[in-house]
Design a protein around this ligand. Structure first.
Ligand code: IMP
Ligand code: MG
Length: 440
């Protein structure tokens, strides 16, 4: 049995959901370890569309158990909506869906604070999804957060809520006892939290123990990353990042497993680049190629509906992602979106001042001010959506994949050319194919 981490190698929205979908039947458990309702994927099953924010899409595979780990921040109201939607659609969650009792909770005042901050005219806008994810992690790190377990003790909850809320309201209530309007607000929150807690109770457990026991008993786990490497709080383009560890290392802390229990890491890259929200994006194309990528790739945010910024594949950022995640192999998704371009470009380095930079820079001023150095690659006219083997791809498409593979120094074991499972081409003799056999 293999335990594998699947992560995004760019700025999120790499098509991880589709790869997870393909891999899930080979695993016993799918666990999510970071982020919160800022993530969103839409999964289609027949005529039905499932919009999932917290719950791994593995839930749609009946034999698989799903876990929301301690590293995730949970919006109880939004999660209950997801649960309601799934059960309404006939998906049974009983004894196969678990929420960590250590996961932190997103409170409505966090969302209000984040919205105010994003809308204020300070020039510090991040372009967040406004789901309260950043404030929930801020509360966690400043040790004023509320964990799922805290919802079950009214005394603890009332005492902690006051501090949690005060963190975002100038701190005036910190240490003091809430009174007047503030007291009423806390009372409202206590009661809302209590009712959410009751509804979530059947799913809440010590997932660290559960997962540890299952792994020891031989279960295989797919660790489902959210967002992407360039949005990681430590390794991304800070401060234009999300507030969690979206790289492979987050799987250990976010689900309470040891690095020794992980057998491999697979990265997911889109065949071009997209980004939502603010922040540097060296290969962004604001003109015709960008528009074309957006329209062909339906590049609009699933959570916020915002048009995604689109651009050429950035091999500098991708090689960095492959390295820091120790990717054993990668998937290249949405290759079919590139069908019909006369010529494609791949960024191989950045130029800044007089120098050529080949390693992803840590300096935000370089990242926002550099000019990409591109290699041009011939496009292809053929439709790739019917290709079912690597050999069936048009010559230039195969060259495009191989060029990326060489530049990022990581094998591409899966190429995806369409939204259906048949549109995923797995390289027959590869690390990925070996894992999949191993996980049977
Ligand atoms: P937050 O995670 O809502 O705080 O947003 C911080 C940054 O991460 C913004 O640029 C968001 O657009 C981006 N972001 C967060 N989640 C996702 C995602 O699932 N896909 C793509 N971008 C995301
Ligand atoms: Mg998404």
């Amino acid at each position: 049995m293999a335990n594998i981490v699947l992560i995004g190698g760019q700025w999120g929205d790499e098509g991880k959901g589709k790869v997870v979908d393909l891999l899930t039947p080979h695993f016993d458990i799918v666990g999510r370890y970071s982020g919160g309702p800022n993530a969103g994927h839409t999964v289609r099953r027949g005529d039905r569309k499932y919009a999932l924010r917290h719950i791994p899409s593995g839930i749609l595979t009946p034999a698989v158990s799903c876990i929301i780990g301690n590293g995730v921040v949970v919006d109880p109201a939004a999660l209950l909506e997801e649960i309601g939607f799934l059960t309404g659609a006939g998906v049974s969650l009983k004894s196969r869906f678990w929420i960590s009792n250590r996961a932190h909770v997103i409170l409505p005042p966090y969302i209000e604070w984040e919205t105010r901050r994003e809308e204020s005219d300070t020039g510090r806008k991040i372009g967040t999804t406004r789901r309260g994810v950043g404030p929930a992690y801020a509360a966690k790190i400043t040790r004023t957060g509320i964990r799922i377990i805290d919802l079950y003790d009214p005394g603890t909850l009332a005492a902690r809520l006051s501090d949690a809320v005060a963190l975002f309201e100038g701190g005036e209530r910190l240490g003091g006892s809430p009174s007047g309007a503030a007291g009423a607000e806390i009372a409202r929150l206590v009661s809302a939290c209590a009712s959410h807690a009751e509804a979530l109770k059947p799913f809440v457990t010590d997932t660290v123990r559960l997962l540890g026991d299952r792994i020891r008993a031989g279960s295989s786990v797919l660790f489902e990353g959210a967002q992407g490497t360039m949005l990681d709080i430590d390794h991304g383009s800070y401060p234009y990042v999300t507030s969690s560890s979206s790289t492979a290392g987050g799987a250990c802390t976010g689900l309470g497993v040891s690095p020794t229990q992980i057998d491999g890491v697979m990265g997911v890259f889109k065949a071009y680049s997209t980004r939502v929200g603010e922040g540097p994006f060296p290969t962004e194309q604001t003109g015709a190629p960008g528009e074309r990528l957006r329209e062909r790739g339906h590049e609009y945010g699933t959570v916020t509906g915002r048009p995604r910024r689109c651009g050429w594949f950035d091999a500098v950022a991708a090689r960095y992602a492959a390295r820091i995640n120790g990717m054993d192999c990668a998937a290249l998704t949405l290759l079919d979106v590139l069908d019909g371009f006369d010529e494609l470009q791949i960024c191989t380095a950045y130029r800044h001042g007089g120098s050529v930079i080949k390693e992803f820079p840590v300096e935000p001023w370089i990242l926002s001010d550099c000019t990409p150095v591109y290699t041009k690659v011939a496009g292809w006219k053929n439709d790739t959506t019917e290709c079912r083997t690597v050999e069936a791809l048009p010559g230039p498409a195969l060259d495009y994949v191989k060029t990326i593979e060489d530049l990022i120094e990581c094998d591409i074991d899966l190429v995806s050319v369409g939204p259906t499972p048949e549109g995923s081409i797995v390289r027959p003799v590869s690390k990925l194919s070996a894992w999949l056999e191993d996980a049977e």
